[in-house]
Structure formats: structure tokens, C-alpha cells
Design a protein around this ligand. Structure first.
Ligand code: NAP
Length: 270
């Protein structure tokens, strides 16, 4: 709403709750986009994958990830896109750009890819893994059900992904080699804020930066523990804003102000 106002556009950004198995309502909503009554939709869990079968086309990003979070009408076709991946990457770049501790030059000099460990293998992990691998990172996935991570590896055959079982993080990997840890699990989210996906008895990699997709609370236990060890860490608010801003740009063709969107989110959180 704030982005619409700043661009001088009239409109509304409303919630359309749809039960997980209510495909009739989902289709009905999509028909309203087809009819031009709604300009576009964001889709969230649990519809990000199921909605695909109701669409006419997917962008290459949505196709690669196998999930959609943004829908729009173009030339009478319902198109599904995914702005989670570019949203994550844009915010990661912003974060790393501010971090003197992340020395990208070190990797280039050593002719080495920077290494990321992604915790979790759900929908958000797919977007994060795609974004990282596509930007030249070497990616490992830690999943409690490794078959879920294998599915991601199957979808992204072009990339070499390593898979680790969550329960054997301490023994299976040399966690100290990672430059980036990304939490894509909901562990640590409100109200269970005293939990962390990172094993309590395992030190963080000494030079890693930490990215938690969770933004409520703004400082998770994962983030706090990493900061206590002297590491730089950020939450998922920047990704949330970036993916929303990118969706806005798809629907309106106008650039939206990230600052205005940040302020609007902060005001609602108060
Ligand atoms: P999801 O599809 O349900 O995936 C969650 C993943 O975490 C699954 O692999 C799940 O494994 C794993 N997991 C859950 N509890 C775990 C535990 N105790 N230990 C180890 N692994 C565990 O959910 P999602 O859509 O990917 O979302 C995940 C998180 O990202 C949520 O907190 C969401 O709010 C956040 N998110 C943030 C943004 C943003 O813009 N910042 C965007 C998208 C998502 P199982 O399948 O075995 O349960």
C-alpha cells in the first residue's frame, strides 16, 4: 500500500485466505486475474507449488525453482514468477557489501568458490539454493529428511550440491569451511524463540556470515549466538522487502522505494 501511494497509484493490496485443499477458490481467484479484475497476486505457502498447474506459463526462475510467489497477466496468459530467489540475492549482496569481513577477493585470488551451507530443504530453501548456485556459490544443504534435499538436487542437476543430514552436522561436514550459513527452517520463529537450528555444541565457522530468513523475531537465537561469537548476521526482513518490491515492479512497471516499504513494515510491527 505504501509503495502504491508513493508512486501515485490507486489500488489495494488485500489478503485472500484460501484453505490448502480449496482448489475451487484458488481457481476462482486466478479467474479474477484473467478477467483483469485483479492486477496480480502474491502466493504463499501452501499454494506456491500447487498453483503451478493452474497457470499458463512460468518464468525461467519459477520453472527452475518449481514454485511461484508472484502471478500476473501478460498477453492474456497467466504467468507465474518467483521473486524469492532474486529478492534473497539482492538482500544478500546488500548485506555482504556492508560486511568488511566478507572478502570476496580472497576467493577470487584463491580461485575458489565461496561456500554456503543452507539449513532446511523446503520451499524457501529451493529459492535460496537456486539463487546461490546460480551466482557461483558452492552449496551444501543440511536437511533432516535428506530425501527432501535430494529432490532439490534433482531439480538443479546443473549444479553440484552437497547434502548433509541435519542430525550429523557435527560429524558429516567440516562446518568450519563455510563462508555463509543460511537458515531456511522455521526454527527460532515466534513464539518458539528460544530455539536455534544450529547445534548448541558446534562452534560457528570462524569467518562465516549468517543469514536467517526469519524476521519475527528480528533477532533470532541463531543470529544472537552468531553475533556473540563475533560474526555478522542479518535477518530475513530485507529479503521480504526485496521480493515484495520486485513483485510490485512486475505488476506496475514502476520502481518501488525499499525505504518506504521498510518504514511501512516497521510501523505495522510496532
Ligand atoms: P517449508 O517449505 O515448510 O520448509 C521448512 C524446512 O525446514 C523443511 O525442510 C523442514 O523439514 C525444515 N525444518 C522444520 N523444522 C525443522 C527442525 N526442527 N530441524 C530441522 N529442519 C527443520 O517452509 P518455507 O516456506 O521454506 O519457509 C521456511 C522459513 O523461511 C519460514 O520461517 C518462513 O517464514 C521463512 N521465509 C522467509 C522469507 C523472507 O522473505 N524472509 C521468504 C520465504 C520463507 P521437514 O520437511 O522435515 O519438516
Amino acid at each position: 500500500m505504501a509503495a502504491l501511494r508513493v508512486c501515485g497509484l490507486q489500488g489495494d493490496y488485500s489478503l485472500f485466505p484460501i484453505q490448502p485443499d480449496d482448489f475451487q477458490s484458488l481457481k476462482g481467484l486466478l479467474d479474477r486475474v484473467r478477467a483483469g479484475k485483479i492486477t496480480g497476486l502474491n502466493v504463499t505457502i501452501p499454494h506456491k507449488q500447487t498453483v503451478v498447474s493452474f497457470l499458463d506459463e512460468l518464468t525461467s526462475t519459477a520453472q527452475a525453482i518449481g514454485a511461484v510467489n508472484t502471478i500476473f497477466l501478460r498477453h492474456d496468459k497467466l504467468i507465474g514468477d518467483n521473486t524469492d530467489a532474486p529478492g534473497f540475492m539482492a538482500d544478500l549482496k546488500r548485506f555482504l557489501g556492508t560486511e568488511s569481513c566478507f572478502d570476496g577477493a580472497r576467493h577470487r585470488l584463491q580461485n575458489q568458490k565461496p561456500r554456503a551451507l543452507v539449513l532446511g530443504a523446503g520451499g524457501a530453501a529451493r529459492a535460496v539454493v537456486h539463487a546461490l548456485a546460480n551466482h557461483g556459490w558452492s552449496v551444501s544443504i543440511a536437511a533432516r529428511r535428506t530425501e527432501q534435499a535430494q529432490q532439490i538436487a534433482l531439480s538443479f542437476r546443473n549444479y553440484e550440491l552437497q547434502i548433509v543430514n541435519f542430525s550429523s552436522l557435527q560429524t558429516d561436514v567440516r562446518p568450519l569451511i563455510f563462508d555463509l550459513l543460511v537458515n531456511t527452517t522455521p526454527v527460532g520463529m515466534a513464539p518458539k524463540i528460544d530455539r536455534s537450528p544450529w547445534p548448541g555444541n558446534l562452534p560457528f565457522p570462524a569467518q562465516a556470515v549468517i543469514y536467517d530468513l526469519i524476521y519475527n523475531p528480528s533477532e533470532t537465537k541463531f543470529v544472537k549466538d552468531a553475533c556473540r561469537q563475533g560474526l555478522s548476521a542479518t535477518n530475513g526482513l530485507g529479503m521480504l522487502i526485496e521480493q515484495a518490491a520486485l513483485s510490485f515492479e512486475i505488476w506496475t512497471g514502476q520502481k518501488s522505494s525499499r525505504d518506504v516499504m521498510f518504514d511501512a513494515v516497521r510501523q505495522t510491527a510496532r
